[in-house]
Write a new protein. Structure first.
Length: 99
């Protein structure tokens, strides 16, 4: 029996893990950038851009309000978002190959 004919539970686990990490990434972004938006350091469009790519503007905005954040969170990294997208994409590709 070849490995291709064995039932694979990986797509489900990859999708669940990717979905959980995606929710965590958006929660992390919201914790940091809702405070940035409330203080008027960035526009909504600029803050949304920071969810997928880091820049000097994003870093400056988060450092300006980092000391006033109730949880003390001073930075956000879009790496978690991209890892979750990679896991979800992999799960989708594996599921597609199985059908």
């Amino acid at each position: 029996m070849s490995p291709l004919t064995l039932p694979r539970p990986y797509p489900r686990w990859l999708a669940l893990l990717g979905g959980g990490l995606l929710l965590a990434a958006f929660a992390w972004w919201a914790l940091v950038f809702l405070r940035v938006l409330a203080n008027g350091y960035l526009s909504t469009r600029e803050a949304l851009t920071c969810s997928v790519a880091s820049s000097i503007i994003c870093d400056l905005a988060t450092s300006l309000c980092g000391k006033t954040h109730p949880l003390g969170i001073t930075w956000y990294s879009p790496v978690l978002l991209w890892v979750s997208v990679a896991l979800l994409s992999t799960a989708a590709l594996i599921t597609r190959e199985d059908t």
